[in-house]
Write a protein that binds this ligand. Sequence first.
Ligand code: SF4
Ligand code: SF4
Ligand code: SF4
Length: 204
Amino acid sequence: MTEEIGRRGFFREGFRAFVRALAETAEATKEFKGKRSIDRNRRIRPPGALPEVHFLATCEPLACTACIDACPCDAIVPVPDSFPDAKTPVIVPSSRACASCLDVACTHVCEFGALIPIESPDQIAMGVAILEEETCFAFNGTFCVTCYNICPVTPKAIRLNERGRPEVNEDPCTGCGICEERCPTEPRAIRIMPPQSPPPTNEL
Ligand code: SF4
Ligand code: SF4
Ligand code: SF4
């Protein structure tokens, strides 16, 4: 009997510890998401964004958060106030990638014309995935095909070479960033690079 009670107590304590660990993990995740780190040299704008120079001249972040509000997966966040482009919408794929929602919702709500409407997720072109072999597990003796498995486009924008290592095929890549979000290395071995901004023109 004593042994039975002891065992029950053991399991009860174990269960409590498990629940505590779950709560701590949820709290840590919440905290992490609140602190998305913004890269000074990289801006992944929402789908349909005008080239960067024009985007900055057109977006009205003090008056509008429509694309941020429209995203069903909270992938679009405002740039923090400490940056020159404060409050403009940006995607930080390592924290939360674009889920390529079917109606490409964010592109249909910009009243200022900073985001051009896109009808289908396969037309998204936010950037292209760049793979760093130096830090990629698959090139350094550890099995990993996470980015290949997760790439959602058809045909896949990541293929495996004859040695089972990933290679990016830029053509079908939409820059959705799911590969960067899920890459297990820190810093990420695969990152999305936005298209180059064209030089400023007289239009501005
Ligand atoms: S396409 Fe959809 S999931 Fe992607 S950023 Fe826009 S609203 Fe969010
Ligand atoms: S390679 Fe990465 S960014 Fe490009 S489509 Fe596939 S998952 Fe998206
Ligand atoms: S997910 Fe990251 S580490 Fe894994 S194969 Fe792709 S780039 Fe390499």
